[in-house]
Design a protein around this ligand. Structure first.
Ligand code: ZN
Length: 283
């Protein structure tokens, strides 16, 4: 089994792979290394025919605090990691390079996780914020601990929500606007009430409950599971979800370009925690 710098892969059952984001000191914030580690681990589980169900979890008290804004000045998409897409333009300045980068590491990456041809279950405790939501939403099922919190605070940063824009589909348009406009953190029970979360369980039982469900699903025929996932995803695609995501991604890039012109930085600095202001990438 491969090992990864920022991700652990466990096999709690012969038919279940449990992929654990492992940067607990950083609240499992996704730097580029973690994005590509997660992608490689998901690919390996997808291609391993003994695996029928994949759990995506986070070590420590939080699932994921989002994208690691502090880390964006280090590794470069398309250079330090071979790209998964063929968009190119990673070295181009300003909007061109930014579009290329975010298209690669957020939009295409999340889309390929969402389309992975085996059932995936997000196992969520603590904070599931911004980019953390993107990972959770890419999974087929979401099991939340009763201490889980969900939040997309990106409007505060002068941008119209995270790059994988499925909020209206996950929450309904009116509640999606509330989540985005207010940037409030919502409880597991509220997310469950809205249909975004499948089950809420006591935090101490989260992993055992999730594994038991994974095993129950893994007892079904592998091909039927793949076709079922595909059938539901195609139904969702038929609503125009993929087109809506691409439209919102374009508006997201417009927000970055606006902030760049206005403030010389891709987000509105008024919304940044002071400790981030000098470290967020300038372009
Ligand atoms: Zn962005």
């Amino acid at each position: 089994m491969s090992t990864y710098e920022t991700v652990l892969v466990e096999r709690p059952d012969p038919h279940v792979a449990r992929i654990v984001m492992n940067r607990p000191a950083a609240r499992n914030a996704q730097n580029l290394q973690m994005t590509y580690d997660l992608n490689a681990a998901l690919d390996a589980a997808a291609l391993d025919d003994s695996v029928k169900v994949i759990i995506v979890a986070g070590s420590g008290p939080h699932f994921s605090g989002g994208h690691d804004l502090r880390a964006t000045t280090k590794n470069q998409a398309g250079e330090d990691f071979p790209p998964i897409g063929n968009w190119g333009g990673f070295r181009e300045p300003e909007a061109h390079g930014r579009f290329a980068r975010e298209q690669e590491i957020y939009l295409q990456m999340t889309r390929r996780w969402r389309n992975l041809a085996k059932p995936t279950i997000a196992e969520i405790q603590g904070k599931c914020f911004a980019g953390g939501l993107m990972i959770a939403w890419a999974c087929d099922l979401i099991i939340a601990a009763d201490d889980a919190e969900f939040c997309d605070p990106v409007v505060t940063l002068g941008v119209c929500g995270v790059e994988w824009f499925v909020h209206p589909f996950e929450l309904g348009p009116r509640k999606a606007k509330e989540l985005l406009f207010t940037a409030d953190a919502w409880s597991a029970n509220e997310a469950h009430r809205l249909g975004m979360v499948n089950q809420v369980v006591p935090a101490a039982e989260l992993s055992t409950y999730t594994l038991a469900m994974a095993k129950r699903i893994a007892s079904k025929p592998a091909f039927a599971l793949k076709m079922t996932k595909e059938a539901v995803n195609r139904a969702v695609d038929a609503t125009g979800q993929q087109t809506a995501i691409d439209q919102a991604f374009g508006l997201h890039q417009l927000c970055h370009a606006f902030n760049m012109q206005q403030f010389g930085i891709v987000v509105d600095p008024a919304g940044l925690h002071p400790s981030f202001r000098d470290t967020v990438k300038k372009a």
